[in-house]
Write a protein that binds this ligand. Structure first.
Ligand code: AP5
Length: 193
């Protein structure tokens, strides 16, 4: 089973690369951002609570996202594997994910981090905000808050996987295909081990 954590700050290209990876490897894409936006569009209570935090560039409570991931793992018992995109975003989420997978006799294969400078992130997200209508892409202040939240709370998750010798990082600046080729080459090296 291939279980990949695709990691990186807001706008690093996690969603873009996930779309290509699910085609190539037949994996299930689990994006907590997409799951939360789905709750918002359905107008659920969870969605209404999450929206306030997301629009302000802040993380949603761990219990909420862990619960969503747990449900998705349960609903996809026969999956060939998963791409976790935007999750785990705190060390507590990483610990919970390990426990959830362990209870299914599975584990994370590895984390691949996309390294992108803050200036490039801001440029990409402002550009996307013009067409996507995502409220959290709409202004530079919220984008900077999201990057700060990443640096404060999410960046330490890399250490969690480094300690397990499951961490790889690549330059996330370049063409989408160039970056994809690097990710595929890392995944291929795992299956050779
Ligand atoms: P989420 O939806 O996960 O957003 P994010 O992490 O901020 O990531 P993005 O979707 O903005 O960026 P991405 O890295 O996927 O890049 P993309 O491929 O789209 O989270 C949103 C919010 O939900 C969070 O702020 C938080 O409130 C909440 N949340 C979600 N998960 C949570 C969790 N686990 N715990 C707590 N709260 C949680 O690309 C971005 C743009 O760049 C696109 O326009 C794309 O076309 C372009 N692009 C991509 N690759 C390239 C390239 N190589 N060159 C040039 N442009 C590129």
């Amino acid at each position: 089973m291939l279980n990949l954590v695709l990691f990186g700050p807001p706008g690093a290209g996690k969603g873009t690369q996930s779309q290509k990876l699910i085609e190539k490897f037949g994996l299930i894409h689990l994006s907590t951002g997409d799951l939360l936006r789905n709750e918002i569009s359905q107008g659920t209570e969870l969605g209404l609570e999450a929206k306030k935090l997301m629009d302000d560039g802040k993380l949603v409570p761990d219990a909420v996202v862990i619960g969503m991931i747990s449900n998705k793992l349960e609903a996809n018992k026969d999956a060939k594997g998963f791409i976790f995109d935007g999750f785990p975003r705190t060390v507590a989420q990483a610990e919970a994910l390990d426990s959830l997978l362990e209870s299914k006799n599975s584990s994370i294969s590895g984390m691949i981090a996309l390294e992108v400078t803050d200036d490039e992130l801001e440029h990409r997200l402002l550009l996307r905000g013009e067409s996507s209508g995502r409220p959290d892409d709409a202004n530079p202040e919220v984008i900077r808050k999201r990057i700060k939240e990443y640096n404060d709370k999410t960046a330490p998750v890399a250490g969690f996987y480094k300690n397990q010798s499951k961490f790889e990082s690549i330059n996330g600046i370049g063409t989408i295909d160039e970056i994809f080729d690097q990710i595929v080459s890392i995944i291929s090296s795992w299956s050779e081990q």
